[in-house]
Ligand binder design. Structure first.
Ligand SMILES: Nc1nc2c(ncn2[C@@H]2O[C@H](COP(=O)(O)OP(=O)(O)OP(=O)(O)O)[C@@H](O)[C@H]2O)c(=O)[nH]1
Ligand SMILES: [Mg+2]
Length: 231
C-alpha cells in the first residue's frame, strides 16, 4: 500500500522547526502540507524543504483534511499536525496499523500507556469533555472494541474509506465525524497509545467553546442522518 503523509499547518513555524527533523520520512511515498494561509514563515520553511503545499479555498481544519484527500494519491493518508502535541515517532506505527488491516488508526491520548496534555493538572476540563464525547459515540454506534479517543486528529485512514465517509465538517470536529461514521459502518478502528506533548509555540486555533459546540453539532447531525451520506 502506498503512503501519503499530510502536514496540517496554520502558522506553525515554531513547531515545524523543532519537529521537522524528527519526522521519519523513510518508506513514505508522498509528503504534502495543507496550509491554511500561514503568514509566519511556515510556507517559506516548507518550500525550502521541497514539500508540496496545497492551499485551501475554504477555511478550516476539516476542509484541510479533504483538500489532502482530493489532491494526493497514496492508499493511506496520515494526518500529522506539527505543533508539538503529536509525537513524530508514532507515524510508522499508524501506517503499520492500517497495513495490518485497520480502516482507521488513531493515536490515543487516553489509553493506559498514553499521556494527554492535561495529565499534570488536577482539573482536566478538556480531557473530561473529550472522554464524554467519546463515551457517547461508543455507546450509540460502536459495535466493536471501545475506541478511547474518537477526537484526536493524529490518525491514518484508508483513502477508499475516507471517500466513502463523504464528510462535510469544515472545522475541528472533522475527526469526530470520521470516527462516528466509521462506527456506523462497523469499520475496523484501531488505536495506538500516544504521548501528547505541549504546544511548542504560536497560538492555538481551537478555542474550547466554539469547538465544543461544533462537536455537539456533529453529534446531533449524526443522530439524525443514519447512513444516508454513504458514498
Ligand atoms: N491547514 C490547516 N491547518 C489547521 C487549521 N486549523 C488548525 N490547523 C492545524 O491543525 C493543528 C491543530 O490545531 P491546534 O490549534 O493545535 O488545535 P489543538 O491541538 O486542538 O489545540 P492545542 O491544544 O492548543 O494545540 C495545528 O497544526 C494547526 O496548525 C486550518 O484551518 N487549516
Ligand atoms: Mg495542537
Amino acid at each position: 500500500m502506498t503512503k501519503t503523509l499530510v502536514l496540517l499547518t496554520l502558522n506553525e513555524i515554531a513547531g515545524l522547526k523543532e519537529l521537522y527533523d524528527q519526522i521519519p520520512f523513510e518508506g513514505i511515498d508522498e509528503v504534502v502540507a495543507v496550509d491554511g494561509g500561514s503568514t509566519d514563515g511556515t510556507r517559506e520553511f516548507l518550500k525550502e524543504k521541497g514539500i508540496r503545499i496545497l492551499d485551501q479555498e475554504i477555511k478550516g481544519r476539516g476542509e484541510a483534511f479533504r483538500v489532502a484527500l482530493r489532491n494526493t494519491t497514496g492508499d493511506i493518508l496520515l494526518y500529522f499536525s506539527p505543533d508539538g502535541n503529536e509525537t513524530p515517532s508514532d507515524i510508522p506505527k499508524l501506517f503499520e496499523a492500517i497495513e495490518k488491516g485497520s480502516d482507521v488508526a488513531i493515536a490515543s491520548r487516553f489509553m493506559k500507556e498514553s499521556r494527554n496534555e492535561e495529565d499534570d493538572h488536577f482539573f482536566r476540563p478538556r480531557a473530561w469533555v473529550n472522554r464524554t464525547f467519546t463515551w457517547i459515540a461508543n455507546t450509540i454506534w460502536n459495535k466493536k472494541n471501545y475506541v478511547t479517543d474518537t477526537i484526536n486528529g493524529y490518525r491514518a485512514i484508508r483513502r477508499n474509506i475516507f471517500n466513502k465517509l463523504n464528510t462535510d465538517e469544515r472545522r475541528f470536529p472533522i475527526e469526530y465525524q470520521i470516527s462516528i461514521r466509521s462506527m456506523k459502518l462497523n469499520l475496523n478502528i484501531s488505536e495506538i497509545p500516544t504521548i501528547e506533548g505541549n504546544r511548542v509555540g504560536g497560538e492555538s486555533k481551537a478555542e474550547s467553546f466554539p469547538v465544543g459546540w461544533g462537536h455537539v453539532n456533529v453529534l446531533m447531525n449524526e443522530l439524525g442522518n443514519g447512513v444516508r451520506w454513504v458514498r
